[in-house]
Design a protein around this ligand. Structure first.
Ligand code: GDP
Ligand code: MG
Ligand code: ZN
Length: 317
């Protein structure tokens, strides 16, 4: 026998004429929702609880030519950053975070490490791509600097988006196919170049969306979801802002577990609550700087660990 509660709920759903949708852009409280057959419209949240971000699956109800979000469906994950002042959500229900950096301008290893930790904390697979392989010398330098990262996860993918022969990004396309991927990276790395390469007309689409969401006012661009393929199976999400990647939502004692090269040695520590900063018999410390040895932790990664540990230990609630 059906539970009365559930029957009542589905009757209510039918009565309200709720539709399913995917949030493909958001700005402030407003967002654009796409229906399964590709129709798009501006929607507003019913209340705080129905505040949606890009990538959210929602139930919404039409009202005139706009709509109201009645419910945000449970999220698989939510990629966000948090500093002392606020929390900024980038997107939900992601398969990958693609961190796009380039030979030039020189990237910050700190920013890279922070974004990787944030992805790891939400169990989202990070992909690191190093663009501008045509700039031979700076690329060499950056590639060397990335040695610890080349040993982790999917490694580091070399790219030359400007040359953009298809062979240059075929391996990237293979990783993205059928998945939803948030693209992050510092200014100048090639994010717009990538989007325009994979999504013809992306610029115009973004402008259209910004205008729709801001009644034509000039504003900063919002986060936008693009379909790479006509069948709408591969999603690419563009988001402004890589700077000041706050990790205040992470506990200092969680940190080592979110840095795979460090986590690898945590099982060898003498103390179960080892901070890996000063303890005797620490498996992490024993492996720092043993260049070339299997499982070595690079001094730069260990330094970042220590600095982040101190930063997260100081946070105020
Ligand atoms: N040399 C070189 N330049 C590139 C490559 N990809 C993009 N660029 C250039 O780098 C600059 C910044 O690219 P853009 O896509 O605007 O970066 P964004 O700030 O991340 O959106 C532009 O002048 C691009 O033409 C590449 O593979 N090689
Ligand atoms: Mg750009
Ligand atoms: Zn330890």
């Amino acid at each position: 026998m059906a539970k009365p509660g559930r029957a009542a709920a589905s009757a209510a759903t039918a009565a309200k004429n709720l539709q399913e949708g995917l949030v493909i852009a958001s700005h402030g409280r407003h967002c654009i929702v796409e229906t399964p057959d590709g129709e798009r419209r501006i929607c507003h949240p019913r209340g705080k609880k129905s505040q949606a971000v890009v990538g959210d699956r929602v139930h919404w109800q039409a009202s005139e030519d706009e709509g109201t979000i009645e419910q945000v469906l449970p999220r698989r994950n939510l990629f966000y950053r948090q500093d002392e002042i606020r929390t900024k959500s980038f997107a939900a229900n992601l398969d990958h975070v693609l961190i796009l950096i380039a030979a030039e301008p020189e990237f910050s290893e700190h920013q890279l490490a922070r974004a990787l930790i944030a992805a790891e904390a939400e169990r989202i697979t990070p992909i690191i791509a190093l663009n501008k392989s045509d700039l031979v010398e700076p690329f060499e330098r950056a590639w060397t600097k990335l040695a610890p990262y080349r040993r982790m996860h999917h490694g580091v993918l070399p790219l030359s988006l400007k040359a953009s022969g298809e062979a240059d990004y075929a391996s990237l396309m293979k990783l993205l196919a059928g998945k939803s991927t948030l693209v992050l990276g510092p200014s100048g790395a090639g994010k717009s170049t990538l989007t325009n390469l994979l999504v013809p007309g992306a610029t115009a689409f973004t402008q259209e969306i910004s205008q729709a969401l801001n009644s034509g006012k000039h504003t900063t661009t919002s986060t936008t979801w693009y379909w790479i393929d006509a069948a709408r199976t591969t999603g690419l999400i563009d988001s402004p802002g890589f700077q000041e990647f706050g990790l205040n939502h992470i506990e200092p004692m969680q940190l080592a577990g979110l840095m795979p090269d460090i986590a690898e040695h945590m099982g060898d520590c003498k103390f179960y609550n080892c901070t890996h900063l000063h303890e005797p018999g620490c498996g992490v410390i024993a492996n720092v700087g043993t260049a070339g040895a299997p499982g070595a932790i690079s001094p730069s990664r260990y330094k970042i660990y220590g600095e982040l540990f101190a930063e997260l230990s100081q946070k105020r609630y």
